[in-house]
Design a protein around this ligand. Structure first.
Ligand code: KIV
Ligand code: ZN
Length: 513
């Protein structure tokens, strides 16, 4: 059977970034956009350019550099939003403007204070305006899941006439049930006279834990685009998880008459990257990408798996990029073995210097840790180089005594000049951060501190993410080490260096949006 194409529209960088505490800076957004392009995502919603200068620059840089996926920018049904989105997208090889306005009675009356006729007029104008700048325009009736059916059909017909080629039906507050939402999609397609001229999409939120089910039910009822995020990141309880949608459609080919073009072997890499950048760990029992998703603990299951994998597995771990022989190198491994491993893991380096830098870090890690797993090498390759930073760690000593307050001595090299301080704290990390603050005259608020172990065991690398706020600037810092206090210090210094070196890197939200 010739299957339809199911368009995967990833909104990790827009709706995902709206997740409380998940702000990313431009460098991090570009890293994620590259990973999404590698994954073969059809459309990357890169941001909401009117929301902030940081969002505008991120969309622009992504649009300027990525050509494997269509780059989409979000805009309210307002002229200033559409102009800003169009400007950010102007160099994109393939671009899309996604414009939206709310259509539910509660949103129209309480939020927009507009009559239904005014909402239709604004939506049609917005789509026409967007079409003046790009060929590909998507329209979303926000809170469609609680909108009046006849009104929905009316506005959809008008925006298709005005030039929208994708109609996205959002369940903005995650209120619908799978049979109900699927039915809504098929009724819209049947009742809108010009529905053949558009692709129908869905955008489901996970407030009741039904985002993936609602999306898949819609696909069974005619939707041919799903909006989703890596690890299900997103506003409140999140959006539909990309990896669950893609792997369900792939695994249940017998049920779905469509397929995606996603390179599923890159799923794990993307999931780890998003988790590491946002500092949001993936729960161990999360479908597809959780640490336990392919682990078999009970004797009966292990016995079954040894006899035949299909007894307890419906997917192959390798299909999402998990490698079966994950124990690899050690401190005696040489440059050739390391190079071969990088090739196997598809880790690219741009020059001999970059390779040498990676190899040196691998050797340093191998000195501390006997067994180097693929996950360790992936983390090493994502690590932010500390060379070139104005502020570098020269020395640290932290003393924890069960009868005294922890005490830290930190020595930093600031543009080559050595400075040191000693401080106490409520814990080892707190003491170390206090010592750094005593050296650097910079007041920052710590908003997030998250530790994630990269592999298991007490010698595993700990990966620390911190988020700090300086005035209105928000930056993330990352650090990894076998010692989590040192990983924390590296993460903290990474964030502080970003503030010092390039304030524009930070995401600075404008008020009122
Ligand atoms: O949840 C929602 O309704 C949205 C729209 C902007 C599509 O994110
Ligand atoms: Zn949303």
């Amino acid at each position: 059977m010739n299957k339809d194409h199911l368009i995967i529209f990833d909104t990790t960088l827009r709706d995902g970034e709206q997740s409380p505490g998940a702000s990313m800076d431009i460098e991090e957004k570009i890293q994620i956009a590259n990973a999404l392009s590698d994954l073969n995502v059809d459309v990357i919603e890169a941001g909401f350019p009117i929301a902030s200068n940081g969002d505008y620059s991120a969309v622009k840089e992504i649009a300027d550099s990525i050509s494997n996926s269509r780059i989409c920018a979000l805009a309210r049904a307002l002229e200033k939003d559409i102009l800003r989105a169009a400007d950010a997208l102007k160099n994109a090889k393939y671009s899309r403007i996604h414009t939206f306005i709310a259509t539910s009675p509660i949103h129209m009356e309480m939020k927009l204070k507009m009559s239904p006729e005014e909402v239709i007029k604004n939506a049609v104008n917005a789509v026409k305006m967007a079409r003046d700048h790009v060929e590909d325009v998507e329209f979303s009736p926000e809170d469609a899941g609680r909108s009046d059916f006849n009104f929905l059909c009316k506005i959809i017909e008008k925006v298709i006439d005005a030039g929208a080629s994708t109609i996205n039906i959002p369940d903005t507050v995650g209120y619908n049930l799978p049979h109900q939402f699927g039915d809504l999609i098929s009724r819209i397609i049947d009742n809108v006279p010009n529905s053949n001229d558009a692709i129908f999409s869905v955008h489901c939120h996970n407030d009741l834990g039904l985002a993936v089910s609602n999306s898949l039910s819609s696909v069974l009822n005619g939707a041919r685009q799903v909006e989703c995020t890596i690890n299900g990141l997103g506003e409140r309880a999140g959006n539909a998880a990309l990896e669950e949608i893609v792997m369900t459609v792939k695994t249940r080919r017998d049920i779905f008459s469509c397929d995606t073009r996603i390179n599923t072997k890159k799923i794990m890499n993307c999931s780890r990257l998003v988790s590491s950048i946002t500092g949001f760990p993936v729960q161990p029992n999360k479908a597809i990408v959780g640490k336990n998703a392919f682990a078999h603990e009970s004797g009966i299951h292990q016995d079954g798996i040894i006899k035949s994998r299909e007894t307890y597995e419906i997917m192959k771990a390798e299909d999402i990029g998990l490698l079966s022989n994950s124990l690899v190198l050690g401190k005696h491994s040489g440059r050739n073995a390391f190079k071969q491993k990088l090739d196997e893991l598809n880790i690219q380096y741009t020059s001999d210097d970059a390779f040498n830098d990676l190899f040196t870090r691998f050797k340093e890690l191998a000195d501390k840790k006997h067994e180097i797993y693929d996950e360790d090498i992936i983390r090493l390759s994502n690590n932010i180089p500390l060379t070139g930073d104005d502020i570098q760690l020269s020395y640290m000593s932290v003393v924890c005594d069960s009868h005294k307050k922890p005490n830290a001595k930190i020595k930093l090299s600031i543009k080559g000049e050595e400075r040191e301080a000693t401080a106490e704290g409520d814990g080892a990390v707190d003491a170390a951060f206090n010592a750094i603050k005593a050296i650097i005259d910079l007041k920052v608020d710590l908003r997030l501190y998250s530790v994630n172990n990269i592999t298991s065991g007490t010698d595993a690398q700990g990966e620390v993410t911190v988020r700090v706020v300086k005035d209105e600037l928000i930056v993330n810092g990352h650090g990894a080490d076998t010692d989590i206090v040192k990983a924390s210090v590296l993460a903290y210094l990474n964030a502080i260096n970003k503030i010092y070196q390039n304030p524009d890197l930070a995401t600075k939200k404008l008020s009122g949006i």
